[in-house]
Design a protein. Sequence first.
Length: 95
Amino acid sequence: MSSAYVIGHISVKDAEKWAEYRDRVPATLAPWGAELMLRGRLAAVLAGEHAHTDTVVIRFPDREAVNGWYASAAYQTLIPLREQAAEMVLLAFEE
């Protein structure tokens, strides 16, 4: 089975709400065997254009785990907070 990844490109709108969202997400990941690989701020755009300042990379055991996590009640309840806190593009990738 191949791993799957969720990559989020983020521009924070409200730092307090963003901190709350970030603190609450790890508990939603644990039941799906997911691992937070990177939370980072953009250091440089080496080629092309990129509109966001932050990135997150989360590894899941497989695509089914990604889908289960995203659809879970635990994560779905965080979406309104996320939308208040940041502009975000979430992408899923498979190896």
